[in-house]
Ligand binder design. Structure first.
Ligand SMILES: *[C@@H]1O[C@H](CO)[C@@H](O)[C@H](O)[C@H]1NC(C)=O
Ligand SMILES: *[C@@H]1O[C@H](CO)[C@@H](O)[C@H](O)[C@H]1NC(C)=O
Ligand SMILES: *[C@@H]1O[C@H](CO)[C@@H](O)[C@H](O)[C@H]1NC(C)=O
Ligand SMILES: *[C@@H]1O[C@H](CO)[C@@H](O)[C@H](O)[C@H]1NC(C)=O
Ligand SMILES: *[C@@H]1O[C@H](CO)[C@@H](O)[C@H](O)[C@H]1NC(C)=O
Ligand SMILES: *[C@@H]1O[C@H](CO)[C@@H](O)[C@H](O)[C@H]1NC(C)=O
Length: 377
Protein backbone atom coordinates (compact mmCIF):
# COMPACT_ATOMS: atom_id res chain seq x y z
CA UNK A 1 0.00 0.00 0.00
CA UNK A 2 3.01 2.27 0.31
CA UNK A 3 3.93 3.40 -3.16
CA UNK A 4 7.64 3.33 -2.63
CA UNK A 5 7.49 -0.46 -2.43
CA UNK A 6 5.50 -0.99 -5.61
CA UNK A 7 7.25 -1.11 -8.94
CA UNK A 8 5.77 1.42 -11.32
CA UNK A 9 4.36 -1.15 -13.74
CA UNK A 10 2.66 -3.05 -10.92
CA UNK A 11 1.08 0.14 -9.70
CA UNK A 12 -0.30 0.96 -13.14
CA UNK A 13 -1.69 -2.55 -13.48
CA UNK A 14 -3.43 -2.25 -10.13
CA UNK A 15 -4.82 1.15 -11.06
CA UNK A 16 -6.16 -0.16 -14.33
CA UNK A 17 -7.50 -3.40 -12.86
CA UNK A 18 -9.37 -1.67 -10.06
CA UNK A 19 -10.48 1.26 -12.21
CA UNK A 20 -9.85 3.51 -9.26
CA UNK A 21 -10.32 7.22 -9.36
CA UNK A 22 -6.84 8.49 -8.78
CA UNK A 23 -6.26 10.90 -5.92
CA UNK A 24 -3.78 13.56 -6.95
CA UNK A 25 -0.44 12.11 -5.99
CA UNK A 26 1.98 14.45 -4.27
CA UNK A 27 5.49 13.26 -3.63
CA UNK A 28 7.43 14.53 -0.64
CA UNK A 29 11.16 13.98 -0.15
CA UNK A 30 13.01 13.74 3.16
CA UNK A 31 14.68 16.95 4.32
CA UNK A 32 15.29 16.40 8.03
CA UNK A 33 15.58 13.60 10.54
CA UNK A 34 15.63 13.97 14.31
CA UNK A 35 16.74 10.64 15.73
CA UNK A 36 19.33 8.72 17.67
CA UNK A 37 22.05 10.28 19.80
CA UNK A 38 21.60 13.72 18.18
CA UNK A 39 17.79 13.80 18.53
CA UNK A 40 17.81 16.82 20.89
CA UNK A 41 20.45 18.86 19.04
CA UNK A 42 18.13 21.11 17.08
CA UNK A 43 15.31 21.96 19.45
CA UNK A 44 14.77 25.03 21.63
CA UNK A 45 13.78 24.35 25.22
CA UNK A 46 10.83 26.59 26.08
CA UNK A 47 11.43 27.54 29.72
CA UNK A 48 8.87 30.33 30.21
CA UNK A 49 5.64 29.87 32.22
CA UNK A 50 2.96 27.66 30.67
CA UNK A 51 0.85 30.78 30.05
CA UNK A 52 -1.68 29.71 27.41
CA UNK A 53 -2.64 26.42 28.99
CA UNK A 54 -2.03 27.32 32.67
CA UNK A 55 -0.39 24.02 33.49
CA UNK A 56 1.09 23.40 36.95
CA UNK A 57 4.57 22.92 35.56
CA UNK A 58 7.93 24.61 35.30
CA UNK A 59 9.24 23.98 31.79
CA UNK A 60 12.93 23.25 32.18
CA UNK A 61 15.85 24.83 30.36
CA UNK A 62 18.09 22.66 28.21
CA UNK A 63 20.69 22.55 31.01
CA UNK A 64 18.18 21.39 33.63
CA UNK A 65 16.43 19.05 31.23
CA UNK A 66 19.68 17.26 30.51
CA UNK A 67 21.18 17.31 34.01
CA UNK A 68 17.97 16.05 35.63
CA UNK A 69 17.43 13.49 32.86
CA UNK A 70 14.06 14.87 31.84
CA UNK A 71 15.30 14.72 28.24
CA UNK A 72 17.84 12.14 27.12
CA UNK A 73 18.47 9.49 24.51
CA UNK A 74 18.25 6.02 25.94
CA UNK A 75 21.54 4.31 25.06
CA UNK A 76 19.93 0.85 24.77
CA UNK A 77 17.02 1.69 22.48
CA UNK A 78 18.53 4.82 20.88
CA UNK A 79 15.11 6.48 21.43
CA UNK A 80 14.50 9.99 22.76
CA UNK A 81 12.87 10.26 26.18
CA UNK A 82 11.01 13.37 27.42
CA UNK A 83 9.41 13.13 30.83
CA UNK A 84 7.90 14.74 33.92
CA UNK A 85 9.96 14.94 37.13
CA UNK A 86 8.77 11.97 39.20
CA UNK A 87 11.34 12.08 42.01
CA UNK A 88 11.04 15.57 43.54
CA UNK A 89 8.67 16.31 46.41
CA UNK A 90 6.68 19.38 45.31
CA UNK A 91 5.29 21.49 48.19
CA UNK A 92 1.86 23.14 48.05
CA UNK A 93 1.88 26.29 45.88
CA UNK A 94 4.79 25.13 43.78
CA UNK A 95 4.94 23.45 40.42
CA UNK A 96 6.60 20.37 38.98
CA UNK A 97 9.34 20.22 36.35
CA UNK A 98 8.31 19.12 32.86
CA UNK A 99 9.37 19.61 29.23
CA UNK A 100 8.36 21.62 26.19
CA UNK A 101 10.69 21.63 23.17
CA UNK A 102 10.32 23.24 19.72
CA UNK A 103 12.24 22.56 16.52
CA UNK A 104 14.67 25.37 15.66
CA UNK A 105 13.59 24.99 12.05
CA UNK A 106 10.11 25.75 10.76
CA UNK A 107 8.44 23.97 7.87
CA UNK A 108 6.49 25.67 5.07
CA UNK A 109 3.23 24.66 3.43
CA UNK A 110 4.09 21.65 1.27
CA UNK A 111 5.57 19.65 4.16
CA UNK A 112 4.90 16.32 5.84
CA UNK A 113 6.15 15.27 9.26
CA UNK A 114 6.18 11.72 10.59
CA UNK A 115 6.63 10.97 14.29
CA UNK A 116 7.44 7.41 15.33
CA UNK A 117 6.59 6.92 19.01
CA UNK A 118 6.73 3.96 21.37
CA UNK A 119 5.17 5.52 24.45
CA UNK A 120 3.21 8.70 25.15
CA UNK A 121 2.75 10.31 28.58
CA UNK A 122 -0.42 9.38 30.45
CA UNK A 123 -1.83 9.31 33.97
CA UNK A 124 -4.06 11.51 36.11
CA UNK A 125 -3.23 15.25 35.62
CA UNK A 126 -0.96 14.53 32.62
CA UNK A 127 -1.56 16.43 29.35
CA UNK A 128 0.89 15.60 26.56
CA UNK A 129 0.79 16.94 23.02
CA UNK A 130 2.62 16.71 19.71
CA UNK A 131 1.75 19.81 17.73
CA UNK A 132 3.04 22.74 15.69
CA UNK A 133 2.58 26.49 15.41
CA UNK A 134 4.17 29.61 13.94
CA UNK A 135 6.91 31.10 16.10
CA UNK A 136 7.11 34.20 13.88
CA UNK A 137 3.89 35.89 14.98
CA UNK A 138 1.37 36.11 17.81
CA UNK A 139 -0.75 32.98 18.32
CA UNK A 140 -3.23 32.03 16.88
CA UNK A 141 -2.12 34.01 13.82
CA UNK A 142 -0.03 31.60 11.79
CA UNK A 143 -2.17 28.68 12.92
CA UNK A 144 -1.65 25.67 15.15
CA UNK A 145 -1.85 22.02 14.07
CA UNK A 146 -2.48 19.51 16.84
CA UNK A 147 -1.57 15.97 15.83
CA UNK A 148 -1.79 14.23 19.17
CA UNK A 149 -3.23 15.47 22.43
CA UNK A 150 -4.26 13.29 25.35
CA UNK A 151 -5.42 13.95 28.90
CA UNK A 152 -5.42 11.96 32.13
CA UNK A 153 -6.62 8.36 31.59
CA UNK A 154 -8.79 9.07 28.55
CA UNK A 155 -9.17 6.10 26.23
CA UNK A 156 -8.24 8.05 23.08
CA UNK A 157 -6.38 11.15 21.94
CA UNK A 158 -7.58 14.04 19.80
CA UNK A 159 -6.34 16.25 16.96
CA UNK A 160 -7.33 19.59 15.43
CA UNK A 161 -6.50 23.13 14.35
CA UNK A 162 -6.47 26.52 16.06
CA UNK A 163 -6.64 29.67 13.90
CA UNK A 164 -7.96 33.18 13.67
CA UNK A 165 -11.70 33.44 12.85
CA UNK A 166 -12.68 32.40 9.31
CA UNK A 167 -11.33 28.87 9.11
CA UNK A 168 -13.56 25.84 9.61
CA UNK A 169 -13.65 22.16 8.90
CA UNK A 170 -15.95 21.65 5.90
CA UNK A 171 -16.57 18.34 4.11
CA UNK A 172 -13.64 16.44 5.58
CA UNK A 173 -12.61 13.14 4.01
CA UNK A 174 -11.58 11.38 7.21
CA UNK A 175 -12.13 8.06 8.94
CA UNK A 176 -13.04 9.46 12.35
CA UNK A 177 -16.72 10.27 12.82
CA UNK A 178 -16.05 11.76 16.25
CA UNK A 179 -16.04 15.45 15.36
CA UNK A 180 -16.12 17.60 18.49
CA UNK A 181 -16.12 21.04 16.83
CA UNK A 182 -15.70 22.53 13.36
CA UNK A 183 -14.92 26.24 13.93
CA UNK A 184 -11.12 26.42 14.09
CA UNK A 185 -11.30 29.64 16.12
CA UNK A 186 -14.41 29.02 18.21
CA UNK A 187 -15.28 30.50 21.57
CA UNK A 188 -12.06 30.95 23.57
CA UNK A 189 -10.24 29.37 20.64
CA UNK A 190 -11.58 25.92 21.32
CA UNK A 191 -10.44 24.96 17.81
CA UNK A 192 -11.83 22.46 15.31
CA UNK A 193 -11.30 19.16 17.05
CA UNK A 194 -11.65 15.54 15.95
CA UNK A 195 -11.24 12.66 18.38
CA UNK A 196 -8.88 9.92 17.18
CA UNK A 197 -11.24 6.93 17.01
CA UNK A 198 -8.40 4.41 17.36
CA UNK A 199 -8.45 3.15 20.94
CA UNK A 200 -4.71 2.51 20.72
CA UNK A 201 -4.03 6.23 20.09
CA UNK A 202 -3.30 7.02 23.77
CA UNK A 203 -2.45 5.62 27.17
CA UNK A 204 -1.59 2.07 28.17
CA UNK A 205 -3.14 0.71 24.95
CA UNK A 206 -0.78 2.83 22.85
CA UNK A 207 2.24 1.43 24.67
CA UNK A 208 0.90 -2.14 24.67
CA UNK A 209 0.56 -2.06 20.89
CA UNK A 210 4.21 -0.99 20.60
CA UNK A 211 3.24 2.63 20.04
CA UNK A 212 2.47 4.01 16.63
CA UNK A 213 3.17 6.55 13.94
CA UNK A 214 1.56 9.95 13.40
CA UNK A 215 1.75 11.47 9.90
CA UNK A 216 0.86 15.12 9.29
CA UNK A 217 0.42 16.67 5.86
CA UNK A 218 0.47 20.47 5.72
CA UNK A 219 -0.55 21.16 2.10
CA UNK A 220 -2.24 23.96 0.19
CA UNK A 221 -5.10 21.52 -0.48
CA UNK A 222 -5.64 21.04 3.25
CA UNK A 223 -4.27 19.61 6.46
CA UNK A 224 -4.47 15.91 7.33
CA UNK A 225 -3.39 13.61 10.15
CA UNK A 226 -2.99 9.84 9.92
CA UNK A 227 -2.46 7.51 12.87
CA UNK A 228 -1.06 4.01 12.45
CA UNK A 229 -0.85 1.77 15.48
CA UNK A 230 2.38 -0.26 15.33
CA UNK A 231 0.88 -3.35 13.66
CA UNK A 232 -0.69 -1.17 10.94
CA UNK A 233 2.31 0.98 10.01
CA UNK A 234 2.62 0.83 6.20
CA UNK A 235 5.69 -1.03 5.10
CA UNK A 236 8.51 1.34 4.21
CA UNK A 237 6.87 4.39 5.85
CA UNK A 238 9.62 4.69 8.46
CA UNK A 239 12.54 4.02 6.15
CA UNK A 240 11.76 5.42 2.71
CA UNK A 241 13.22 8.83 1.86
CA UNK A 242 10.01 9.73 0.05
CA UNK A 243 6.36 9.66 1.01
CA UNK A 244 3.28 9.84 -1.20
CA UNK A 245 0.33 10.66 1.05
CA UNK A 246 -2.18 9.46 -1.56
CA UNK A 247 -0.95 5.95 -0.74
CA UNK A 248 -1.71 6.17 2.99
CA UNK A 249 -5.46 5.68 2.78
CA UNK A 250 -8.02 8.06 4.21
CA UNK A 251 -6.64 10.16 7.07
CA UNK A 252 -8.00 10.02 10.63
CA UNK A 253 -8.56 13.80 10.53
CA UNK A 254 -8.82 16.15 7.54
CA UNK A 255 -9.33 19.90 7.17
CA UNK A 256 -9.72 20.68 3.44
CA UNK A 257 -8.75 24.07 2.03
CA UNK A 258 -12.38 24.54 0.91
CA UNK A 259 -13.35 25.49 4.48
CA UNK A 260 -10.00 26.87 5.53
CA UNK A 261 -7.61 28.68 3.19
CA UNK A 262 -4.35 27.12 4.34
CA UNK A 263 -2.24 29.91 2.83
CA UNK A 264 -4.30 32.56 4.61
CA UNK A 265 -4.45 30.98 8.08
CA UNK A 266 -1.11 29.18 8.36
CA UNK A 267 2.53 30.20 8.35
CA UNK A 268 5.57 27.90 8.48
CA UNK A 269 5.21 25.54 11.43
CA UNK A 270 7.64 24.73 14.19
CA UNK A 271 7.11 21.29 15.72
CA UNK A 272 6.56 20.89 19.46
CA UNK A 273 6.49 18.21 22.13
CA UNK A 274 4.82 19.35 25.35
CA UNK A 275 4.03 17.61 28.61
CA UNK A 276 2.07 19.78 30.98
CA UNK A 277 0.02 18.99 34.10
CA UNK A 278 -3.59 19.98 34.89
CA UNK A 279 -4.22 23.38 33.23
CA UNK A 280 -7.30 24.41 31.29
CA UNK A 281 -7.88 20.99 29.70
CA UNK A 282 -6.57 18.09 31.81
CA UNK A 283 -7.29 19.96 35.04
CA UNK A 284 -10.76 21.19 34.10
CA UNK A 285 -13.00 19.23 36.56
CA UNK A 286 -15.47 18.54 33.74
CA UNK A 287 -12.81 16.47 31.97
CA UNK A 288 -10.66 15.45 34.94
CA UNK A 289 -13.57 13.75 36.71
CA UNK A 290 -14.27 11.60 33.63
CA UNK A 291 -11.30 9.34 34.28
CA UNK A 292 -9.62 10.44 37.53
CA UNK A 293 -10.45 10.91 41.20
CA UNK A 294 -9.73 13.86 43.46
CA UNK A 295 -8.33 17.28 42.65
CA UNK A 296 -5.82 17.57 39.83
CA UNK A 297 -3.20 19.85 41.39
CA UNK A 298 -3.54 18.92 45.06
CA UNK A 299 -3.71 15.16 44.70
CA UNK A 300 -1.14 14.67 41.93
CA UNK A 301 1.23 17.59 41.22
CA UNK A 302 1.84 18.25 44.92
CA UNK A 303 3.69 15.49 46.74
CA UNK A 304 6.29 12.91 45.81
CA UNK A 305 5.40 12.51 42.14
CA UNK A 306 5.12 8.75 42.38
CA UNK A 307 2.15 8.80 40.00
CA UNK A 308 4.27 10.08 37.07
CA UNK A 309 6.07 6.86 36.16
CA UNK A 310 4.22 6.79 32.83
CA UNK A 311 4.45 10.51 32.09
CA UNK A 312 7.03 10.18 29.31
CA UNK A 313 7.37 10.29 25.53
CA UNK A 314 9.60 7.66 23.94
CA UNK A 315 10.31 8.66 20.35
CA UNK A 316 12.14 6.69 17.68
CA UNK A 317 12.32 9.52 15.17
CA UNK A 318 10.74 12.63 13.76
CA UNK A 319 11.26 12.89 10.00
CA UNK A 320 10.25 15.87 7.85
CA UNK A 321 9.60 15.82 4.12
CA UNK A 322 8.71 18.50 1.58
CA UNK A 323 7.66 18.89 -2.02
CA UNK A 324 10.95 20.55 -3.01
CA UNK A 325 13.01 17.52 -2.12
CA UNK A 326 13.48 14.35 -4.12
CA UNK A 327 14.54 12.54 -0.97
CA UNK A 328 18.03 12.10 -2.29
CA UNK A 329 19.79 14.38 0.11
CA UNK A 330 23.41 14.49 1.03
CA UNK A 331 24.16 14.08 4.73
CA UNK A 332 25.17 17.75 4.93
CA UNK A 333 21.82 18.86 3.51
CA UNK A 334 20.01 16.76 6.08
CA UNK A 335 21.60 18.78 8.88
CA UNK A 336 23.65 17.59 11.78
CA UNK A 337 20.59 16.38 13.68
CA UNK A 338 20.49 13.24 11.64
CA UNK A 339 21.96 10.41 13.64
CA UNK A 340 22.31 8.20 10.63
CA UNK A 341 22.44 9.26 7.03
CA UNK A 342 18.81 9.06 5.85
CA UNK A 343 19.73 7.94 2.37
CA UNK A 344 21.64 5.02 3.82
CA UNK A 345 18.61 3.82 5.80
CA UNK A 346 16.54 3.28 2.70
CA UNK A 347 17.39 0.64 0.18
CA UNK A 348 17.46 1.70 -3.45
CA UNK A 349 14.67 -0.68 -4.37
CA UNK A 350 12.31 0.81 -1.78
CA UNK A 351 12.72 4.27 -3.26
CA UNK A 352 12.94 3.34 -6.93
CA UNK A 353 9.46 4.40 -7.97
CA UNK A 354 9.59 7.75 -6.28
CA UNK A 355 13.13 8.64 -7.19
CA UNK A 356 13.43 7.65 -10.80
CA UNK A 357 10.27 9.07 -12.38
CA UNK A 358 10.18 12.87 -12.35
CA UNK A 359 7.08 14.31 -10.69
CA UNK A 360 5.61 16.06 -13.72
CA UNK A 361 6.36 13.12 -15.98
CA UNK A 362 4.68 10.73 -13.57
CA UNK A 363 1.47 12.77 -13.24
CA UNK A 364 1.34 13.10 -16.99
CA UNK A 365 1.74 9.36 -17.54
CA UNK A 366 -0.92 8.58 -14.94
CA UNK A 367 -3.32 11.05 -16.52
CA UNK A 368 -2.70 9.49 -19.90
CA UNK A 369 -3.24 5.99 -18.58
CA UNK A 370 -6.47 7.00 -16.86
CA UNK A 371 -7.74 8.68 -20.00
CA UNK A 372 -6.95 5.48 -21.86
CA UNK A 373 -8.69 3.41 -19.20
CA UNK A 374 -11.83 5.55 -19.44
CA UNK A 375 -11.75 5.08 -23.21
CA UNK A 376 -11.36 1.32 -23.01
CA UNK A 377 -13.92 0.58 -20.29
C1 LIG B 1 10.18 25.22 -1.81
O1 LIG B 1 11.09 26.19 -2.32
C2 LIG B 1 10.53 27.48 -2.51
C3 LIG B 1 11.58 28.34 -3.19
O2 LIG B 1 12.75 28.35 -2.42
C4 LIG B 1 10.09 28.03 -1.16
O3 LIG B 1 9.51 29.29 -1.32
C5 LIG B 1 9.08 27.07 -0.54
O4 LIG B 1 8.72 27.52 0.74
C6 LIG B 1 9.67 25.69 -0.44
N1 LIG B 1 8.66 24.76 0.04
C7 LIG B 1 8.79 24.08 1.17
C8 LIG B 1 7.69 23.16 1.51
O5 LIG B 1 9.77 24.18 1.89
C1 LIG C 1 -15.18 14.67 21.79
O1 LIG C 1 -16.16 13.77 21.34
C2 LIG C 1 -15.96 12.44 21.80
C3 LIG C 1 -17.01 11.56 21.14
O2 LIG C 1 -18.27 12.08 21.29
C4 LIG C 1 -16.07 12.42 23.31
O3 LIG C 1 -15.85 11.11 23.79
C5 LIG C 1 -15.01 13.34 23.88
O4 LIG C 1 -15.13 13.41 25.29
C6 LIG C 1 -15.15 14.74 23.29
N1 LIG C 1 -14.01 15.53 23.72
C7 LIG C 1 -14.13 16.68 24.35
C8 LIG C 1 -12.88 17.37 24.67
O5 LIG C 1 -15.21 17.14 24.67
C1 LIG D 1 -15.19 17.12 40.06
O1 LIG D 1 -14.22 17.07 41.07
C2 LIG D 1 -14.18 18.18 41.90
C3 LIG D 1 -13.03 18.04 42.84
O2 LIG D 1 -13.09 16.79 43.49
C4 LIG D 1 -15.49 18.32 42.65
O3 LIG D 1 -15.47 19.47 43.44
C5 LIG D 1 -16.62 18.40 41.63
O4 LIG D 1 -17.86 18.41 42.32
C6 LIG D 1 -16.59 17.26 40.67
N1 LIG D 1 -17.53 17.48 39.62
C7 LIG D 1 -18.32 16.53 39.16
C8 LIG D 1 -19.24 16.94 38.06
O5 LIG D 1 -18.29 15.40 39.58
C1 LIG E 1 4.20 8.99 47.64
O1 LIG E 1 2.98 9.58 48.06
C2 LIG E 1 1.88 8.70 47.99
C3 LIG E 1 0.60 9.46 48.30
O2 LIG E 1 0.83 10.71 48.80
C4 LIG E 1 2.10 7.55 48.95
O3 LIG E 1 1.01 6.64 48.87
C5 LIG E 1 3.38 6.84 48.57
O4 LIG E 1 3.67 5.83 49.51
C6 LIG E 1 4.56 7.80 48.51
N1 LIG E 1 5.68 7.11 47.95
C7 LIG E 1 6.92 7.24 48.45
C8 LIG E 1 8.00 6.46 47.77
O5 LIG E 1 7.14 7.95 49.43
C1 LIG F 1 10.02 7.54 37.51
O1 LIG F 1 9.61 7.22 36.18
C2 LIG F 1 10.46 6.30 35.52
C3 LIG F 1 9.95 6.14 34.12
O2 LIG F 1 9.91 7.38 33.48
C4 LIG F 1 10.47 5.00 36.28
O3 LIG F 1 11.38 4.12 35.66
C5 LIG F 1 10.90 5.23 37.72
O4 LIG F 1 10.78 4.04 38.45
C6 LIG F 1 10.02 6.29 38.36
N1 LIG F 1 10.56 6.63 39.67
C7 LIG F 1 9.80 6.73 40.74
C8 LIG F 1 10.50 7.12 41.99
O5 LIG F 1 8.59 6.53 40.72
C1 LIG G 1 12.30 -2.13 2.19
O1 LIG G 1 10.99 -2.64 2.14
C2 LIG G 1 10.88 -3.91 2.77
C3 LIG G 1 9.51 -4.45 2.45
O2 LIG G 1 8.53 -3.52 2.77
C4 LIG G 1 11.15 -3.74 4.25
O3 LIG G 1 11.00 -4.96 4.92
C5 LIG G 1 12.55 -3.23 4.43
O4 LIG G 1 12.78 -2.96 5.80
C6 LIG G 1 12.76 -1.96 3.63
N1 LIG G 1 14.15 -1.65 3.69
C7 LIG G 1 14.59 -0.43 3.80
C8 LIG G 1 16.07 -0.29 3.98
O5 LIG G 1 13.87 0.54 3.72
Amino acid sequence: MFSANAPFSVLLTILLAQHVILVQSVQYGLIKEYSGSTFFDEWDYFDAPDAPTSGDVIFVSEAVGKSSMLTYVDPQSNRAIMRVDNTSVVPFNEKRNAVRITTKESYAVGSVWIADMYHVPFGCSVWPSWWSFSTSTVWPTGGEIDVFEGINLSPTSQMGLHTNPGCSQVAPKQTSTLINSTDCAGAENQGCITTNSDTTSYGPAFAAAGGGVFVTEYAESGISNWFFSRPNVPSGLLTSTTVDTSQLGMPMGNWPAGGCDVNQFFLPQSLVFTITLCGVFAGNPQFFNQTCQGVCYLDYVVGNGSSYGNAYFEVGSVRVFNTNSTGQISSSASGSSSGSSPSSTSSKSNATFANTVPRIGRSFILALVLALAEFLI
